[in-house]
Design a protein around this ligand. Sequence first.
Ligand code: PSU
Ligand code: MN
Length: 305
Amino acid sequence: MAPSLPLKCSLEVADALAGGQPVVARESTIIAHGLPHPENAKTAQLLEQTIRDRGAVPATIAVLEGVATAGLNAAELAHIANPETEILKLSRRDLPFAFSKNRTGATTVAATMLIAAAAGIRVFATGGIGGVHRGAEVSFDISADLPELGRSDVAVVCAGPKAILNIPATLEYLETLGVPVIGYRCDMMPAFWSQSADLHVDYRLDTAAEIADLCIQKWRAGLNGGVLIVNPIPQVNQIDPAKIETAITDALALADEKSISGKALTPFLLDQIRHITEGASLHANKALVHNNALLAADIAVEMTG
Ligand code: PSU
Ligand code: MN
C-alpha cells in the first residue's frame, strides 16, 4: 500500500480543492507559540477573513488528535490558540509521535508545508520562516523549515527570515537546496521587521501572476521543492533595525544564560523580543502577516485561474 498521511480536510477545503478553487494554507505554530493570547486568536480569525475577502479559501493546518487537518473551524482554532491547553510544536520529526499517540499540536512551516502538499494545497502564507540560527557553526541549529522548502512543492509567502537568525547563512542554505527566493516588488532581502537586510534577493517579480507562473513552470519541469516568496513589511509598519538588534542581542544572551535550545529556542526569542520592544514587534508582526495573506491569496487565485 502506498504510504499516506492520516489527513482530513474540512468540507470547505475539500470542496475548494476538488473544484479547482484557490486555497491558502496557514501554519498554526505562529498561533500557538508565535503570538501571545488573545492576539493570536484574533489575528488568526482576521487573517482567515482577509484570505476569503481576496477570493481564496483559508486552510489553517494543525494535527488534531493524531490527524493532520487542513481547514480548522472556529472551535478548533480557539483550541490551538488557548494557552491553557498543551499544544505540541510539531515539525517533520515530531509528526510520528503525534500520529501514534493521537496528540494535538501546532505545525511549524516545515510540517505545514508537507501536510499542505499532501492535501494538494500549493500556496502557504506565514510571517517568518525558520532558518540557520546565529552560532549554528557550533550548535548545528538549522530549522527543519529549510530542508522542507527543498522537498515539498509549496509556494511559501513570508516577510523574510527574522534577524534572530543568520540571514546570509540561511540564504546560502536555500541556494544549496535549490530553493528560488523571489522578492515581491523588492530587490533587497526583507528582514521581517524591516524592509531590507542589505542582501540582494535572487529574483524580483512585481505581480502575483508572474510568481504563480514561475511556480507552475518549476513544478511542471519536475523541479521538486518549494519557492520562497519574500514580501517586505509595509514601510509604515517597519521597526528601526538598530532597535531590534539590541533586543535580539539581549534575548540571545538570556537564552544562553537559561540554557534554552532546541525547539524551545525560537518561541523563547520571539517572546523575549516582544517584551523588550514593549509590543512594537507584535504590531509589526500583525501588519506583515496580513500583508502576506493578501499576496498569498492573489498568487493562489492566479495559480488556479
Ligand atoms: N519565525 C517567526 N515566527 C514564528 C516562527 C518562526 O518569525 O512563529 C515559527 C514557525 O512556525 C517556524 C518555526 O516554522 O517557528 C521554526 O522553529 P524552529 O526554529 O524550531 O525550526
Ligand atoms: Mn532549531
